[in-house]
Design a protein around this ligand. Structure first.
Ligand code: AR6
Length: 356
């Protein structure tokens, strides 16, 4: 996955470079800075002494010494003074400069802590938003795997509106499930019936097309509802029913006139995995990957279900993950990073995929 949020201690990250939220002296301190120096050993401080400090918003690189990471990139975040002193631009510059330095040094994977979000007092939600924007902007024209490491479970407690709305939505559904078992039961039956009538419709459409192939122009079967009768091109529909996930995906990309890169970047899927999907018509993605493409392509709920079906999946009301996706797609929230932030807060799998 090109961009991923993870819960971890950054000193344990097995990546090419980890980023340190340092101070301008670069001579160590508390928080993540202290943890990195302790884990890397005294040689790190020795090398830092040779660097002559670092300005706010800039970045410098050293070796990683005893850390699993090859390099440490030291950046200095802004101290929060209320948000009117250029804090956002400076924080964004920290991410950009660190990533540029990582690219110059051939790093393919980099892990960041939430710079400035501890001792420097930057409000966590805002710090997170700046981090996500800066990292995803960089990834638009670079191939790299970037982790944003969230430390501890209390990090993102407040949550923004979208998270609260979705939590409410899920709570409502769960409450209904627990306290109105009968309603739930009849709902289930209705979904089942919907599914059955959809299946019935599929069968009738297929039969009609088969008739058309045998006897020429076929009339619309009388049992097919009006909406189905106005469907554009039945032959096309059957062709689409037959195509696999990979073919469907490539067709949808073509229909939009997009390049592959526009699509896989929007889907938070890495280039290597996309090449694999492109070259293998039988490729079966994981559910989060299939959904990542549905979101990137801004599919409707119905189109999403069709695409998922081609990968062998469906959406259910009893899965929190599915409910988050259902809410977002129904509300036309197609920013994958925004959705991933919500999934992350719920401790659910994130959308997108990589080869590793
Ligand atoms: N792994 C990942 N994230 C961590 C870890 C860890 N081991 N430890 C803390 N964090 P802070 P700042 C998170 O205070 O706000 C230092 O003394 C932490 O929860 O380390 O940029 C420097 O020398 C928070 O979300 O850095 C500077 O003087 C984030 O890392 C000053 O603090 C940053 O918190 C820099 O302050």
């Amino acid at each position: 996955m090109p961009f991923e949020m993870v819960r971890n201690d950054i000193t344990r990250m097995n990546v090419d470079a980890i980023v340190n939220a340092a101070n301008r002296s670069l001579l160590g301190g508390g928080g993540v800075d202290g943890a990195i120096h302790r884990a890397a050993g005294p040689e790190l401080l020795e090398e830092c002494r040779t660097l002559g400090g670092c300005e706010t918003g800039e970045a410098k690189i050293t070796k990683g010494y005893r850390l699993p990471a090859r390099y440490v990139i030291h950046t200095v975040g802004p101290v929060w003074h209320g948000g009117t002193n250029g804090e956002k631009e400076l924080l964004s510059a920290c991410y950009r400069h660190s990533l540029e330095l990582a690219a110059e040094n051939g790093c393919e994977s980099v892990a960041f802590p939430m710079i400035s979000a501890g001792a420097y007092g930057y409000p966590k939600d805002q710090a997170l938003a700046v981090a996500v924007d800066a990292i995803t902007a960089f990834l638009l024209d670079h191939e790299m795997t970037v982790y944003l490491v969230i430390f501890g479970h209390d990090e993102l407690i407040t949550g923004k509106k979208l998270f609260r709305d979705i939590r409410e939505y899920i709570d409502d559904i769960y409450a209904e499930k627990h306290f109105h078992a009968n309603i739930e039961h009849s709902r289930r039956r209705r979904w089942q019936e919907d599914e059955e009538s959809a299946l019935q419709l599929d069968m009738e459409i297929s039969k009609s097309i088969a008739d058309q192939a045998c006897y020429g122009a076929a009339p619309v079967p009388s049992a097919v509802p009006k909406e189905a009768a106005s469907m554009p091109d039945w032959k096309e529909l059957l062709k689409q029913t037959d195509e696999g996930f990979s073919q469907a995906l490539l067709r949808l990309i073509d229909e939009r006139g997009w390049t592959d890169a526009q699509c896989y970047k929007k889907a938070n899927v890495d280039r290597k995995l996309f090449s694999k999907i492109r070259s293998n018509p039988d490729y079966r993605p994981s559910k989060p990957t299939a959904l990542a493409f549905a979101v990137a392509l801004e599919l409707s709920m119905r189109e999403t279900k069709e695409l998922l079906k081609k990968a062998g999946f469906s959406l259910t009301k009893s899965s929190k993950f599915d409910l988050v996706l259902e809410y977002c797609i129904n509300h036309k929230i197609y920013n994958i990073y925004e959705i991933n932030e919500v999934l992350f807060r719920f401790d659910l799998p994130l959308l997108g995929s990589g080869m590793n």
